[in-house]
Design a binder for this molecule. Sequence first.
Ligand SMILES: NC(=O)C1=CN([C@@H]2O[C@H](COP(=O)(O)OP(=O)(O)OC[C@H]3O[C@@H](n4cnc5c(N)ncnc54)[C@H](O)[C@@H]3O)[C@@H](O)[C@H]2O)C=CC1
Ligand SMILES: O=C(O)CCC(=O)C(=O)O
Length: 351
Amino acid sequence: MSVFSHVEFDGHEQVVYGHDKASGLKAIIAIHNTNLGPALGGCRMWPYANDEQALRDVLRLSRGMTYKSALANLPLGGGKAVIIGDPHTGKSEALFQAMGDFVDSLCGRYITAADSGTGVAEMQIMAERSRHVAGAGQREAFDGGIRNGDPSPSTAYGVFIGIQVAVKHRLRRDDLRGLKVAIQGVGQVGFSLARHLKEAGAELWVTDIVDANVRRAVEQLGAKAVSQNDIYGLDVDVFAPCAMGGIINLQTLEALRAPIIAGAANNQLADAQLAEELVRNGCLYAPDYAINAGGIIDVYFERSGGSAAELKAHIEGIGNTLRQIFVRAEQEGRTTTAVADRLAEERFGAK
Ligand SMILES: NC(=O)C1=CN([C@@H]2O[C@H](COP(=O)(O)OP(=O)(O)OC[C@H]3O[C@@H](n4cnc5c(N)ncnc54)[C@H](O)[C@@H]3O)[C@@H](O)[C@H]2O)C=CC1
Ligand SMILES: O=C(O)CCC(=O)C(=O)O
């Protein structure tokens, strides 16, 4: 398995493999670009079928973080970590201690945080071994009070703001009452997004591979449960992918009917060219790395200081960025991803 000639390599600065025999840790940290600052990005735990899948995922995720932080106007570079393992059965204190040591070995060039399969509990273990861990402490909440360091409510709030902007742009509607939204994955971010949408009067359809997560959305928010396959073909206004990447592909494109795709999942397009297909289908796509920046903004504020009100305002800036992307894409006849890439590259100085 080659790294330098890997199709997703994209000039990464550093790719490091970590192994700890005692705990069974097998992990990869990828640092894409540090032009704007240290690489910051979450640590995903997933039962990858093989090392190649893990490498591909971490390279794509880490590149995405460079673009995300640049678009969100943060002085951060892009990086990400993956742990090869099942988050439901494979977690142990020793595993995350070893992961903390692995993160620490990079001396702050990479700062880690939560992602799919990890959360505050794992960040707390890693933070005992390294100071380059975010999301392990307590914070002032937007609506008063104290909350833990979980960035997913901020990610969900940013996606909610982004959906409002997309609805205004594509459907010319100012409010979300009666808006039909299909959410794929009602975990940390998806459930929190569902709550915002419900409060705004939207009607929800949800799916998840974990039945308990579906039940929670049905029981607490009155969402309608659908099967994993049926989520794509629903006659809804917005499809919100909040699970894993690569879910917009040639097969799902055939089924998708929503005029808007706007959700939290990283790397939603299996292939960059699919952005053109979405335009041909009349679908407005909110680039994932633009709309899901709430988490990285949250983590940045945790490390740099700043009030909950300032954090909220910065997250709301995602709305302006998306508006600019949508308008430019329409005026220039380009895809939203082409416009977003260009904007980000101007900021981080891609060659
Ligand atoms: N947590 C955060 O603050 C941020 C998360 N993201 C991205 O958003 C996505 C969701 O993140 P989290 O909510 O933190 O993860 P999570 O693991 O809490 O939630 C993901 C949910 O999707 C479900 N799922 C997985 N595969 C599925 C499938 N094929 N069909 C339906 N459901 C499926 C899982 O069972 C889980 O409930 C990930 O792609 C993550 O990288 C992006 C930015 C920040
Ligand atoms: O949400 C986080 O924990 C940090 C940011 C990140 O990893 C992401 O946006 O994918």
